[in-house]
Design a protein around this ligand. Structure first.
Ligand SMILES: C[S@@+](CC[C@H](N)C(=O)[O-])C[C@H]1O[C@@H](n2cnc3c(N)ncnc32)[C@H](O)[C@@H]1O
Length: 214
């Protein structure tokens, strides 16, 4: 935890930090390389580095006004297109909404050797599920959006599995009409060990007041 009260972007901060420590440990490399695609001020990975000091983190942030020093500035989809993604052990998608396009890009570029991914996916109960997700899981376009929205978690699981991430270390929060999933996507063949961030079977511990926003 940082000394400051977490801002709106980093509520559930300690849960997110612990999941990222799990992600680093999953790689089996103390000096693993991380690509932080929604970097903000970099607070989250600074907190991880306090416990895993050998990690090497590259940051991408779209908003120059908040960006951590040294970040690559731009839309992460554009920036990732120009990077060699093979060098990263962990890719972090701490998104405001659905990081579906980023996941699809990573899965395509890293097919056969998926990285560990840390992801935040969040929304309101009745906001639309992205077309990329519904198409990937075979939901007919004729289905009413409200019906599709109600199954958002199931569709997200199926979407992740369709890309190759069939398992995750997961923590879910919900409050009011909003929800958030914080998770580590485990590549095939990796041993999830004993994660500290969440129950490895994906059961959601009590959110203990953490709001369902990124
Ligand atoms: C939930 S916050 C991440 C907070 C961050 N993990 C930290 O430690 O401060 C999401 C951040 O992603 C940035 N962002 C949103 N869309 C983006 C995009 N397409 N490419 C890069 N950054 C983006 C936002 O400006 C915001 O700073």
């Amino acid at each position: 935890m940082t000394g400051r009260k977490p801002g709106r972007h980093n509520r559930a901060f300690s849960t997110k930090r612990d999941l990222r420590i799990d992600a680093v440990d999953l790689t089996g490399r103390e000096d693993c390389r991380v690509l932080d695609c929604f970097a903000g001020t970099g607070a989250l990975w600074r907190a991880v580095r306090q416990e895993r000091p050998l990690i090497d983190v590259d940051h991408i942030e779209i908003d120059r006004a908040v960006a951590v020093g040294g970040a690559m500035i731009g839309d992460n989809l554009n920036v990732m297109a120009g990077l060699d993604l093979d060098v990263y052990d962990v890719i972090d998608l701490d998104a405001f909404g659905w990081p579906d396009k980023q996941l699809a890009l990573i899965a395509e570029r890293r097919a056969g050797r998926l990285p560990v991914v840390t992801a935040t996916c969040c929304g309101q109960l009745y906001t639309a599920v992205p077309r990329l997700v519904t198409d990937a899981v075979g939901i007919p376009r004729s289905w009413p959006p409200g019906v599709v929205s109600r199954g958002h978690e199931q569709w997200w699981d199926q979407f992740l599995a369709s890309l190759g991430w069939g398992r995750s270390i997961r923590w879910r929060a919900s409050r009011g009409g909003g929800w958030a999933r914080y998770e580590v996507l485990v590549p095939p063949g990796a041993d999830a060990g004993s994660p500290r961030g969440a129950d490895r079977r994906g059961r959601a511990p009590s959110p203990s007041g953490s709001p369902p926003t990124a």
